[in-house]
Design a protein around this ligand. Structure first.
Ligand SMILES: Cc1cc2nc3c(=O)[nH]c(=O)nc-3n(C[C@H](O)[C@H](O)[C@H](O)COP(=O)(O)O)c2cc1C
Length: 524
């Protein structure tokens, strides 16, 4: 029985000579879009303008003073959702078409689902809706004032009604079909990727927001009508409102009818992987810390002799504006053996640094649950080696001087193309510290935060004309070993970045000054 992050991570580690063969059951491939029997999603408005800004502007400007908007309309919901999770590319296969999305996802299996609860938003009834990515539409699940239940499950002391709440869930079997027990890692990383897109959309629209991985899981799952054996809530984001909370509740919300709950099923023969449910359930209980919170950078057993401040340019060398970048982002693996410029590297490091409002959000800050490093093989002005980033003091330091990018490609299940990347970013944690400080729920913090940072890297790289690809598959012990981590610590996620063939790298219309971002015909 799995009770801790350390146990789950250990049990789902890949070992080079102990990989059990696994054949994908194509007849039983999960659907990637959730549908409710008898409910047709209502299309959200399509044609619209997107904010003209750059990622540098979004990620470096502190948004702490953004004001609660006087009103929001259905177009705002549509815009936010397009920037968060939209179909952006189509591939044709022998058995039909397949659509890729704004956010990266391990194996393009898309376990993450989104639900929205608006209150007083123009053009849409108050209630709870499921977001259908395939239709860019909303399916009404519950009507009326749900806020007494939302507030009770999320922040019981609050007296105000949030204007908009976005819930994120993951459907276990979507990723488990391919990755089996290991897939809880991908449920969390993938959800982090989508969450980062949502928070960037809020920043771009100057909306204040709060995000949380902490709430009453059972109440939120019940509110969303999830079959929580198959699908569970993982995170939520809210735009605060000013109106006082109306109505009260001492009881749980009504169960959603069984036929609606059955929408959490995504394949005929779903295989249950108990360790996924066990680690998730272990995180439901709140535990008191047996160790005070401290930043993960001090818990890995590696430390540089000196720290150097990042010398980031005031504006990053972006070639496309924010919205265009979000819609154009792809995983790119065709790296060429060219160095990346120092300005690009500093911009990538700058993007991973924490703004003041992020660092102050809570005492047990999710950003503290991981530590970031980077392996350099080819970058102007940097010696090859393994470096650690201190994202709070915006500085970096070298751990050892040797390019291990080729070795790392070998550790990443011999994905040889990874050896051609200029940089590997590595997101690491000490799972035992997670357990001692945060309890098993800490695993969610660490993995979703790593996913958010991964999406950030993808976007900033894309905006600067560089290629990027996330890597969740590696031999875990070998990875920790070549990084020289202490015996407790592990690599969680690797993101490769470098120069790729065929991507525009000239500075063009910086600042996203293009008037409108249009997708090809066929995309909503
Ligand atoms: C958590 C995560 C792990 C991934 N692991 C790998 C990997 O090991 N190898 C790989 O080639 N791509 C990997 N990818 C990239 C996905 O295959 C890619 O995101 C997906 O096919 C969708 O394509 P897109 O990113 O171009 O939209 C990963 C992506 C994520 C988010």
């Amino acid at each position: 029985m799995i009770r801790t992050s350390a146990q789950y991570h250990q049990q789902t580690s890949y070992k080079r000579h102990e990989m059990a063969g696994h054949f994908l059951d194509w007849e039983n491939q999960p659907t990637v879009s959730k549908t409710y029997p008898g409910v047709k999603p209502v299309r959200l408005p399509g044609e619209m303008q997107f904010p003209h800004t750059t990622l540098c502007n979004l990620l470096k400007k502190d948004r702490a003073r953004n004001r609660t908007p006087l009103s929001l309309g259905i177009e705002d919901i549509s815009r936010i959702l397009m920037l968060t999770c939209r179909l952006t590319a189509r591939a044709r296969h022998a058995n039909g078409e397949f659509y890729y999305r704004t956010a990266a996802s391990a194996g393009a299996l898309y376990p993450t689902e989104i639900y929205v609860a608006p209150q007083g938003v123009n053009g849409i009834e108050d209630g709870l809706y499921h977001f259908s990515i395939a239709h860019h539409g909303l399916s009404l699940l519950r009507k009326g004032n749900l806020f007494p239940w939302i507030v009770k499950a999320v922040q019981p002391m609050s007296t105000k009604t949030p204007l908009l709440t976005f819930f994120f869930s993951a459907i276990f079997f979507r990723s488990a079909w391919k990755y089996r027990d290991r897939s809880y890692r991908y449920h969390l990383l993938d959800t982090g990727h989508v969450l980062e897109n949502l928070t960037l959309a809020f920043k771009a629209m100057s909306l204040p927001y709060t995000s949380s991985y902490d709430f009453d899981d059972y109440e939120v799952n019940r509110l969303l009508g999830l079959d929580d054996f198959k699908e569970v809530s993982l995170a939520l984001c809210q735009i605060p409102g000013n109106s006082p909370l109306q109505g009260q509740t001492d009881e749980g919300i009504d169960e959603i009818p069984d036929h609606m709950k059955s929408a959490s099923r995504v394949a005929h023969k779903e295989i249950d992987y108990p360790s996924i449910r066990e680690i998730h359930t272990a995180g439901v209980r709140k535990t008191s810390p047996s160790e005070p919170a401290s930043r993960m950078v001090h818990k890995l057993g590696v430390s540089p002799d000196t720290w150097t401040k990042i010398d980031a340019p005031p504006t990053w060398p972006e070639t496309t504006g924010y919205a265009e970048t979000v819609f154009g982002r792809r995983s790119r693996r065709n790296f060429v053996l060219e160095p990346i410029s120092q300005a690009c590297l500093f911009a990538l490091l700058d993007a991973l640094c924490i703004t003041e409002s992020e660092s102050n959000s809570t005492s047990l800050n999710p950003y503290q649950s991981i530590s970031t490093g980077f392996l350099i093989s080819r970058s102007e002005g940097f010696e090859p080696g393994f470096y650690l980033l201190d994202s709070y003091s915006e500085s970096y330091g070298i751990i050892f001087r040797e390019s291990i990018i080729e070795k790392m490609a070998h550790v990443c299940l011999d994905q040889a193309w990874l050896a051609n990347a200029a940089i590997h970013f590595v997101f690491m944690t000490n799972p035992h510290t997670l357990d001692r400080v945060w309890g098993a729920r800490g695993y969610r913090y660490a993995m979703m935060t790593a996913g958010m940072m991964g999406e950030r890297l993808y976007l900033v790289a894309e905006a600067m004309g560089l290629g990027c690809c996330g890597i969740g598959a590696f031999y875990d012990f070998e990875a920790a070993e070549i990084l020289n981590l202490n015996t407790e610590s592990r690599l969680l996620y690797l993101v490769s970045v470098g120069v790729v063939k065929g991507l525009k790298r000239q500075k063009s219309e910086v600042g996203g000054q293009r008037s409108e971002v249009r997708l090809k015909k066929g995309f909503h």
